[in-house]
Design a protein around this ligand. Structure first.
Ligand SMILES: [Zn+2]
Length: 475
């Protein structure tokens, strides 16, 4: 997901203003005009998170240091996750934040600046011994963990301050925007050049098509199933082919060692960072590297309950499609993955209603629905447009919302009214698309009939129409 600066919530108070900086990943510094509205002269609240390998075997130590500008008279923050132990504070008092800074319950340690000095520190210990591991794991010589998610409020005079959050590792290690790795590692990176617009009629310009640096952090303790070059090839290919906006300046993928550690998920992405287990194969139909990469390009804040299915559906669809189009899997395997969207799926799953999801409907049926709509859009436009137009509309909708109506509008704008009708049927009713043959696939997608297991002489027999040959099936 591309970072977006959050809109602040203002609480009116006599003679002063209190503001909350909600903790979205801070926006990457974009050089286009859209980001230049930031007031570079504004006072800055600085939050630095500094990790170090402490004495504890099953935890890492960290300091959260605030530098507070003169115009700020009060400041408090709380830690939403993960669970941490407070070791010491300097300039911060444990806060009864409900009285002043937050309305409602705060679940996690909270701290209020004591008003003295311009710098205040909290020392914390973050466990990395949970099994299975979600927030962090480690061994004698390494640790990989999620950075604490903090929420900060302050009172100020004059110009509204901005907040600058950053993290570092003291000693050997590296911090991304959301994860930190402590221990020996190597880092390889590639620069992906700016993407060409997917079509000239797109009104999206500039920001999301900027260059992107893809970093791969490989701990010495990790045993990467595929070579780092090949993993980077795959990530760069994904970055290149997704010309939909929402690129980050830097994407950091941390390879998670798995020897002696059980992670709760094979991969996890947050903001422009992801972690993926070292054992994750590149040639798998659902390439988890690409899956997590796609998440870094999504704007999670823009989806509503009715469009939340797009998060996993598009990550899964573009992962399996890249695996097929780069030759890691054949058409039969590709089709088998898509068929999971109808085979064995419960009859009542409605993508636009998350309460009906079961058996990973948002992944399985979701990927099939994206595939079917991609095919319809391509067929209706002679391949001039693809489902990426819908992703572009999603990206462009942020920081507003991309709801069911916006989704249907985007499908119609890309593929016409028949595509819209299919999108509504597939997402707002239990209706699922049927799969299609290799010949039909080759006719709509930019792949050769031979790659779809079709003798080229037979490929011409498939009538393309508007892609309506995937007769809707109602479960
Ligand atoms: Zn996912």
């Amino acid at each position: 997901m591309a970072g977006r600066s959050a809109s602040d919530r203002t609480i009116a108070r006599p003679g002063t203003v209190a503001r909350e900086e909600t903790d979205r990943p801070s926006a990457p510094e974009e050089t286009d005009a859209g980001a230049s509205a930031r007031d570079e002269g504004a006072p800055t609240v600085v939050e630095r998170t500094v990790y170090r390998n402490g004495d504890a075997d099953d935890a890492v130590d960290l300091a959260i240091v605030y530098e507070i500008p003169e115009s700020v008279s009060k400041l408090a923050f709380w830690i939403e996750r993960p669970q941490v132990t407070v070791v010491a504070t300097d300039g911060f008092d444990p806060s009864d934040v409900e009285g002043y800074t937050w309305q409602g319950a705060v679940d996690g340690p909270a701290f209020e600046w004591d008003g003295t000095g311009d710098r205040a520190t909290v020392l914390l210990r973050q466990p990395v011994d949970a099994t299975p591991a979600t927030y962090g794991a480690g061994a004698d010589d390494w640790a990989l963990c999620l950075r604490p998610r903090t929420h900060t409020r302050w009172r100020y005079r004059g110009t509204e301050p901005r907040i600058d959050r950053a993290a570092s590792v003291r000693g050997t290690g590296t911090a991304g925007e959301q994860f930190a790795f402590l221990g020996a590692y190597e880092c390889e990176q590639r620069r992906v050049p700016p993407a060409a617009p997917i079509d000239d009629r797109s009104r999206l310009a500039g920001s999301g098509r900027s260059a992107e640096m893809v970093r791969l952090v490989v701990p010495t303790a990790a045993t990467l199933a595929a070579g780092p070059d090949r993993v980077l090839d795959s990530l760069v290919a994904a970055s290149t082919r997704l010309a939909v906006g929402g690129r980050n300046d830097v994407v950091t993928v941390f390879v998670a060692p798995t020897e002696g550690v059980t992670w709760a998920h094979r991969g996890l992405s947050l903001g422009p960072d992801a972690r993926v287990n070292d054992a994750a194969p590149l040639a798998a139909p659902t390439n988890i590297w690409v899956h997590e990469y796609v998440h870094t390009r999504q704007d999670r804040e823009a989806v509503t309950p009715a469009t939340e299915w797009l998060l996993e559906a598009t990550a899964e669809y573009y992962a399996v499609t890249q695996a097929f189009e780069r030759g890691a899997i054949g058409f039969q395997e590709y089709r088998t993955v898509l068929e999971r969207g109808v085979e064995g799926q419960p009859a009542g799953a409605v993508l636009a209603d998350p309460t009906t999801w079961a058996d990973d409907a948002q992944y399985r049926k979701g990927a099939l629905v994206v595939a079917a709509l991609d095919r319809r859009i391509r067929a209706a436009t002679g391949g001039e447009r693809t489902f990426q137009s819908v992703l572009s509309a999603w990206t462009a909708a942020a920081p507003g919302s991309f709801d069911a109506a916006a989704f249907a509008d985007a499908v119609e704008a890309a593929g016409g009214p028949a595509a819209r009708a299919a999108a509504v049927a597939y997402t707002q009713r239990p209706t699922a698309p049927s799969c299609w043959s290799g010949a039909a696939h080759a006719a709509a997608f930019d792949v050769s009939p031979a790659d779809c297991g079709v003798e080229s002489a037979r490929a011409g027999e498939v009538a393309l129409g508007d892609g309506g040959c995937d007769l809707a099936r109602s479960d």
